[in-house]
Every structure is written in C-alpha cells, then in structure tokens.
Design a protein around this ligand. Structure first.
Ligand SMILES: [Ca+2]
Length: 216
C-alpha cells in the first residue's frame, strides 16, 4: 500500500470526540464493503479484508452506555459505507426525520436486491465490558433486518457473528444484539466491522437508524 494511501486512511480514522463519534471525510467518503451476496456468503467481504484496524471512536453517552453513532453530524454518515456492487442499491444520508436521539438520524434507502445494506469499521474495538449493542430503526413498512459483526479473524460465515433475519415493523423498532452471543462466535476484544442490511428486498425500503449504542 502506498504511503500516501496509508496516511489518507489513517487520517480518515481520526474521529472527533465532541458530540459522540465523528469521522473525518476521506477522499472516498464511503469505504467499500457491505452485506454479502449469497454467492460470497462463504468468503469475506472485500472491504473487511483490507480494512484498517478499528479505533476507539465513541464517547460515553449516559451512565452505562457508550454512544457509538448518534448521527448528529454529517460526518457520522461517512463512517458508513456501501459495497461497490450495491452502489446503486443503497442511498445513505443524514436526515432530520425520525430521530430517536437528538435531532438527526441516518436515512438508508434500500432498492430491490438480495442483501442491500451498509457497513462500518469505525467502531469501538473492545465490546467485552458491554452486554448489548442496541440501535433504533424506524421502518417505512414491515421488513426484516440483519446485523453482521466481524472480528480480525473473520473470513467466512462460520467465523463471524450474524443476527439473522429479524422482523421489524412499520414505525419504531429497537434492535438488540447480545454480546454474549457475539462473544460465542468471535473475539469481543477485537471487533473489526459491522454490517446492517435487509434480505430479499423486493421493493424500495427506507430505514432511519439512530442511537447506536453499547449498553453495560
Ligand atoms: Ca440522533
């Protein structure tokens, strides 16, 4: 990897510790990588193969919780990426609609695809002190949501954690991932990437995501 690329990627990982997490925009605001297609379900996603190590990017939100993404700044959306093959299937933007914390949320519009979604490597690295990862989802119709979490050694379905297809309903939902389940599959102290996606999307689907937090 060229030195300038290493520098640029390192710079992109430096996050602002003001109101929650923030990622400085990089030359490529959305990293490659995303939800796996059925064809590549047994192989690692391209983005996570070469992803830089994650950094501690979150700040304490309220007692017992660590805010990971509150999307109160545009930069929070830039912490998330869309796999290249999903570039025309997924639209990400910060929205002032349907915030469940603060005034803004991340709007994710999914076009028909088998596994459309988004991913990030800008995560707290060590989740071992927490019992749950939680986030709020406002859906514009009944649908399903999936959460995939990788550690440094994740190279296949067997070596990563996945919260399989989970029902979400029109309106507000809170998705909970128990770290005891994650820790049963991967190393909670070496978290590398997270993916949020939906399966078998047949018509446009919009999720507003907010208040992504780790809870003790
Ligand atoms: Ca918010």
């Amino acid at each position: 990897m060229a030195k300038w690329m290493t520098f640029a990627m390192t710079a992109a990982l430096v996050c602002v510790l003001s109101l929650g997490v923030g990622c400085k925009p990089s030359e490529e605001p959305y990293a490659e990588g995303g939800a796996p297609s059925a064809e590549e379900a047994e192989t690692p996603a391209p983005a996570t193969e070469e992803a830089e190590p994650t950094e501690e990017v979150a700040v304490e939100a309220k007692p017992g919780e660590m805010m990971v993404f509150d999307f109160e700044s545009d930069e929070h959306a830039r912490c998330w990426g869309v796999e290249e093959e999903l570039a025309d299937r997924v639209e990400l933007s910060v929205s002032t609609d349907h915030a469940t914390q603060g005034k803004r949320s991340l709007k994710m519009v999914l076009k028909p695809h088998e596994w459309p979604g988004m991913n990030t490597t800008k995560l707290p690295r060590d989740w071992s002190a927490f019992k749950e990862l939680k986030f709020d989802v406002i859906a514009d119709r009944d649908a399903n949501i999936n959460v995939r979490i990788d550690d440094d050694d994740s190279t296949s379905y067997e070596t990563r954690y996945q919260l399989g297809s989970t029902d979400v309903f029109k309106g507000k939902n809170t998705v909970t991932v128990f770290t005891i389940d994650v820790g049963g599959r991967i190393d909670l102290k070496r978290i590398k990437a997270m993916y949020i996606f939906s399966g078998s999307v047949q018509e446009d689907l919009t999720f507003y995501i907010d208040n992504v937090r780790l809870v003790k």
